[in-house]
Design a binder for this molecule. Structure first.
Ligand code: ZN
Length: 366
């Protein structure tokens, strides 16, 4: 039986915790990472009803999109639904793991799932994130290069999607003089040494800096490898917010609304005036995405599908695109399918169940 840690480690290769927003609380919220998993229930939210469902269906791990504990807990008296849910989970021996804005922020995450539901093509990140990439330059003797490269690649450096094993090298001359106390592989104490080396450069996610340097150092034959780490301003095209793509065929405004309603299984769409032109390019963001309106406009989107727009924010559409507010739950309920799919790919023949509890707190009177 796999442990909780095996599930969370795997999920964090897809959506590293380092990619969550600063206000978020993704990760293992309740439970012992070493505990064995009997079954996984995947849900959008964790409520008392979802914990009950997990127990009834033989699952002792809930993987939810929204973290049940968000702002911190100071008391556990059961005075609100958050405290009651946590108490029930602990008493029932059910663990809760949240994969939230870190899943929003990766290519193939929540917004990409929405794009897939809408059949969008040529999908890319709507707002790629900058300042999360670094460069490592390390000076390596030629015969040591394969070992260093392997170590670096296995730790996740040298990846520029859809490519991996990306690096650049150039030959040159390294100099050093071992001092007293040194135990050099090449040269001897007190003697100036000159060695032919390769300068090896690789790109890496900043949050992996420590791991990559540790792996490089372990594989490097020198007692003290020389290396440089640089922070980069390049945006990471596979990490960020929202997604944008093209419909297979342009649609009239009315046809687009009907299509959106059908594909996302909606009761209601709150939308701003339809443009005169047809709808072709569509931007999407799961959950509260109004902050991405300028990016959607800049990307030339004809429609922007998201949730939680406030009254005054709707005015900001001007006549540049149509905001389609489809509801927070409705935009993200497909997250269950997304997470369930990731888990099913890895944990074959293991019980991964999608929650059937409707956790939407919003009702519609029609
Ligand atoms: Zn959400």
């Amino acid at each position: 039986m796999p442990t909780i840690r095996e599930f969370t480690t795997y999920l964090e290769t897809i959506a590293p915790l380092a990619y969550q927003e600063s206000y978020d609380n993704a990760g293992l919220i309740v439970g012992d990472p070493a505990a064995y998993v009997t079954g996984v229930l995947v849900s959008l939210d964790t409520t008392e009803a979802v914990v009950d469902e997990a127990t009834a269906r033989g699952c002792n791990l809930i993987v939810a999109h929204h973290p049940i504990v968000f702002r911190g807990l100071k008391k556990l008296n059961g005075t609100n639904y958050v405290e009651r849910t946590v108490i029930k989970a602990i008493k029932s021996d059910v663990a809760i793991y949240a994969i939230h804005t870190n899943l929003d922020n990766v290519a193939g995450g929540v917004s990409f799932k929405i794009a897939e539901k809408l059949g969008l093509q040529s999908v890319r990140m709507l707002s790629p994130k900058a300042q999360i990439l670094s460069k490592l330059a390390v000076f390596v003797p030629a015969d040591n290069l394969p070992a260093v490269l392997t170590a670096i690649w296995e730790t996740g450096a040298g990846r520029i999607d859809p490519y991996d094993h990306c690096s650049f090298r150039v030959g040159g001359t390294g100099t050093f003089r071992p001092l007293n106390g040194a135990n050099p592989v090449v040269g001897s104490v007190g003697q100036d040494e000159t060695v032919q080396e390769q300068r090896l450069e690789v790109l890496l996610p900043t949050h992996l800096e420590r791991a990559v340097v540790a792996a490089m150092t372990a594989a490097h034959e020198y007692e003290v490898p020389a290396y440089d780490l640089y922070p980069l301003n390049n945006a990471n095209q596979t990490v960020g917010s929202g997604a944008v793509g093209k419909l297979p065929e342009p649609m009239s405004g009315q046809a687009w609304l009907s299509y959106l309603k059908e594909q996302m299984n909606l009761n209601v769409i709150r939308y701003t005036a339809l443009p005169d032109r047809s709808v072709k390019r569509v931007a999407v963001c799961g959950g509260s995405g109004s902050f991405l309106l300028p990016d959607a406009i800049r990307a030339g989107a004809d429609a922007f599908v998201t949730a939680d727009f406030k009254y005054h924010e709707f005015f900001d559409a001007e006549d540049r695109l149509t905001i389609c507010d489809i509801g927070h739950y409705e935009s993200e309920v497909c997250t269950k399918e997304l997470i369930g799919g990731f888990l099913a790919d890895k944990f074959l023949n293991f019980a991964v169940i999608l929650s059937e509890t409707d956790t939407n707190p919003v009702r519609y009177f029609t």
